[in-house]
Design a protein around this ligand. Sequence first.
Ligand SMILES: Cc1cc2nc3c(=O)[nH]c(=O)nc-3n(C[C@H](O)[C@H](O)[C@H](O)COP(=O)(O)OP(=O)(O)OC[C@H]3O[C@@H](n4cnc5c(N)ncnc54)[C@H](O)[C@@H]3O)c2cc1C
Length: 512
Amino acid sequence: MNDSIILPEGLTKTAFAKAVEAFRGVVGADNVIVDLDRLVPYAKIMIPEDEKLHQPSAVIIPLSVEHVQSVVSLANQYKTPLWPISTGRNFGYGSAAPATAGQIVLDLRRMNKIIDVDPEMCTALVEPGVTYEQLRNYIEERKLPLWISFPSSGPIVGPVGNTLDRGVGYNRCGEHAANFCGLEVVLPNGELVRTAMGGVKGGSAWQAYRWGYGPWVDGLFAQSNLGIVTKMGLWLMRKPSASKTFTAVWNDLEGAAKGVNVLRNLRLNNVLENSLLGHLLYGVACDVPRNALYKGPGAIPDEVVAEIAKKAGAGIWNSLATLYGTEEQIAVNFKIVKEAFAPTGAIVLSEEEVGPNPVFQHWKGNMTGRPDLSEFGIYNFRGGGGSAWFAPLAPARSEDFKKQVELVKTTLAEFGFDYLGGFLIGGRHMEHVCELAFDRTDPEEMQRAYLCYDKLLQVNAAAGYAVYRTNTAFMNKVADIYGPAQKNLNRTLKRALDPNGIIAPGKSGIFV
Ligand SMILES: Cc1cc2nc3c(=O)[nH]c(=O)nc-3n(C[C@H](O)[C@H](O)[C@H](O)COP(=O)(O)OP(=O)(O)OC[C@H]3O[C@@H](n4cnc5c(N)ncnc54)[C@H](O)[C@@H]3O)c2cc1C
């Protein structure tokens, strides 16, 4: 074993070597990695912190639920913490690396069976290693009339990891935390539990009814460290007979702010079932390197953005949504949409009116079951491999939209970073998702990005906002913002279910 390996906290080298031998006895020698070269992909992060702070001691790659149960039992015996990942591509939130150094990554990618897809009930049951692309291919090959909901990083990431981190997608089932149904979980003591209707022997309602009987515990396993999810039920969208993606465009913040109230109301009336409102620069950044747009000091100024918009014939704020249903329903709903947007000064354009436009096509694909990788272009914008998503949550109101833009844009600019943001309007709430892009190869810029993210948290907290999800560098700080009572409750649950602190110490700021 290499001398520079970072051991789990409190373990001697000898004890760790014994644990590794025991794990190898369960999953096979090849599926326990301690070789530093092979650990590199698991240690690589994009967030603004030193990799050493998140360096895993080892990786275990089980093949079955029984493997996971045995590994968890051994982890309790040897006191080796396990950081579970499903497809491990949590880019900009910590990637595959653990919250603290020395944890063993439990990589579930070999557990990648699609156990069931039911086209009548519009449900699926999958293992953690299943990717969205895999699920989509399965559906396409069988010509099933179903669409999956996936995040913008679509093909290569997966529903179990995304949903457990409360990720978002873009069709009728886009709020993933509200569209999973039934979990199978290995608890920290190695016991296996199926939640909700999954406890009923011989039953077939596991993926049909979320709530089961008694306390609803499924939420305990999302953004948490109280178990390892080994199966998840998903709700899928029935493929509609028709769909129509459109955009509503504003060049002023006031108009877009009015648009937020309209989008909220259209969602609350079920006219719209998805909607986003993005700033022009986010879409441009997926396609064009920064130095082709601006070479001056500081963040890209508003005048330059206005110039880019003018040249591209685009709006500064662009909303996209898709109507689903029959042609008749869509015609009626599109009329309602256009009338609702009229007082905001929006220009509403159909696909035909927009013409060929890669950004429009990407979001249309996101809303109609066609994932692509085009948004990864954002990593070429500034270059240098640094990425941290900053995602405050706010009520879907005009005033909050304006406050959010002001707070986040000003703070980013204070540190010399560009505003690359947009809002996912989920009905009553909106996620303000902003990419903090920076050069990880420049130590000064990385430090600046860290301080910027920290300040973003502070100014948002002072105004009553908090992020709904964060990266592994800031989990403790975000837990503090949610207050001591929630922290104490989480710790009480952790101590009761995982007294040895085996599962993912530090996830969401929760320790034993
Ligand atoms: C260009 C780009 C666009 C993106 N767009 C979106 C977007 O639209 N929406 C969005 O939500 N995200 C988005 N992301 C962020 C990220 O890529 C996705 O959220 C992705 O789904 C997370 O990675 P994963 O699916 O591989 O999950 P994983 O990395 O496998 O899991 C995420 C976390 O969940 C926990 N976890 C995973 N599996 C288990 C398990 N079996 N048991 C217990 N806990 C577990 C772990 O804490 C893990 O760190 C984007 C990223 C990029 C780069």
